[in-house]
Design a protein around this ligand. Structure first.
Ligand SMILES: Cc1cc2nc3c(=O)[nH]c(=O)nc-3n(C[C@H](O)[C@H](O)[C@H](O)COP(=O)(O)OP(=O)(O)OC[C@H]3O[C@@H](n4cnc5c(N)ncnc54)[C@H](O)[C@@H]3O)c2cc1C
Length: 424
């Protein structure tokens, strides 16, 4: 088949790769000049399948309401907030009941475990050299944090995840650079989870896809799909005065937060909202003061990782506002958490040159899992809405979509990941 993939974030790149493996003739359209320039650019990079869970969870509305009041709140509401975002929050609230949460958590975790296996297989098979490391530690500042994580640990036990609750001394043995002045209760250590540079992986996999004949067209935007012929794309080159029409046999929409706009003319109402987050990446100043792997400050929901010769600190969930406007307080929280745990790890002077401060938009569905597979409109396929776990879910989602397009049953159970879920 001649397949068009719209979007070259991590989801579009992995999808194009898997379709090429299946011998399709693939063209990827990307409005930016390179792969992974939007949400996939500088995310935290964590791949921890046991922690891939919906944000719509019992008790979460109350927890978030309390968090909103703190000065280093992990969740923030920023004005202006659109009607669509308010409607999204209502749907999110409705998905917080226990049975919905449990069903969605199971769906996401199945996909996440499958995806990690596929990611590791691809990395090994093609000897892809991107910054990554194994081992993940969730840092617990106090006894209150230890208590609060217990239900989550039950989930890990249920899922058969290999983890250990350890005290502060054992945590320092794994991460010797943790600030000796910071007192904390302990940590949860997950030796099989880890962190990887999503953008570097996307760039390397793009090369593998190109080697299999995939054609990447950058600086090229696609107009919303035409209901009369949704596989006839209106393709806008950056410098062109008018679009050119290009016919395909099938289209896969992997356009991150913009996917809903592309699909709306087809009568598909996808409740996608941008949930913004931030990261800072800075060169390591003194390797002995830097983290060895990936850590998560459970109280502030901030991840700290070593990615090659840089430290990346990422977190915050902001609803409303815009991608263009960064909140200084959200960025300050990242610096604070880095300083609490690893002071002196990174060269933080010389802002703008050495330190990269980034804001990205998680393409989030209110109930959690992504949408994968047929759209219900002939020739239009979906791989979108991966929210806060798109990197961790990418390789598995892409393989599953390619299998569905080939008429095969995916290896992973995709119950509840199709568009029918929205009608339920
Ligand atoms: C602060 C932060 C931390 C995160 N941490 C993690 C983490 O630790 N682990 C994890 O698994 N995930 C994490 N995520 C989530 C992850 O980054 C996203 O889920 C993932 O990048 C989404 O990938 P995507 O390809 O769907 O979207 P994107 O990367 O945004 O790609 C979509 C692409 O489509 C293109 N596009 C859109 N519309 C059009 C059009 N009309 N024509 C042509 N091109 C178009 C865009 O330019 C873009 O390149 C984090 C996100 C943030 C913001």
């Amino acid at each position: 088949m001649r397949v068009a993939v719209i979007g070259a974030g991590i989801i579009g790149v992995t999808t194009a790769f898997e379709l090429a493996v299946d011998n399709h003739e693939v063209t990827v359209f990307e409005r930016r000049a390179a792969v992974a320039e939007e949400a996939s650019f500088a995310n935290a990079g964590v791949v921890a399948p046991g922690y891939v869970t919906p944000w719509a969870a019992p008790g979460m509305p109350g927890k978030i309401a309390r968090m909103l009041l703190g000065s280093h709140a992990p969740v923030r509401i920023t004005l202006p907030i659109s009607r669509a975002e308010i409607a999204w929050m209502r749907k999110w609230l409705r998905a917080c009941d226990l049975p919905t949460y449990q069903a969605n958590r199971a769906r996401m975790q199945r996909l996440a475990f499958y995806s990690r296996t596929r990611l590791n297989d691809i990395t090994e098979h093609f000897q892809l050299e991107y910054d990554h490391s194994t081992g993940y530690m969730v840092l617990l500042r106090g006894e209150k944090d230890r208590k609060l994580v217990q239900p989550g640990l039950d989930v890990l036990r249920e899922a058969g995840v290999n983890f250990k609750e350890i005290d502060a001394e054992a945590a320092r043995a794994i991460e010797p650079a943790i600030n000796p002045d910071t007192q904390f209760a302990g940590a949860v250590h997950l030796p099989a989870d880890g962190v990887g540079n999503c953008r570097q992986f996307a760039m390397l996999l793009k090369n593998e896809a190109q080697a299999r004949g995939v054609n990447f067209e950058f600086n090229t935007g696609i107009s919303p799909l035409d209901p009369a012929n949704p596989a006839l794309l209106a393709v806008w080159a950056l410098t062109a005065q008018a679009p050119v029409q290009r016919q395909f046999d099938a289209v896969v929409v992997c356009a991150g937060v913009d996917s809903a706009d592309l699909l709306r003319p087809l009568g598909l109402d996808i409740p996608l909202a941008p949930v913004y987050g931030y990261s800072i990446s800075a060169p390591i100043r003194e390797p002995l003061n830097a983290p060895r792997g990936a850590l998560m400050d459970e109280r502030f929901k901030v991840a700290i990782s070593r990615l090659g010769n840089r430290v990346r600190v990422a977190g915050s969930a902001e609803i409303g506002g815009s991608l263009a406007k960064k909140r200084p307080d959200a960025i300050q929280t990242l610096y604070k958490v880095l300083h609490d745990w690893f002071p002196g790890a990174a060269s933080l002077s010389n802002h703008g040159a050495a330190v990269q401060e980034w804001k990205g938009a998680r393409p989030m569905l209110p109930d959690g899992p992504p949408l994968i597979g047929a759209s219900g409109v002939p020739r239009v396929w979906l791989n979108l809405g991966h929210g806060s776990s798109g990197w961790a879910l990418s390789c598995g989602s892409a393989r599953a979509v390619a299998d569905l397009m080939a008429g095969h049953t995916p290896e992973v159970d995709i119950e509840g990941l199709g568009i029918e879920r929205l009608a339920a």
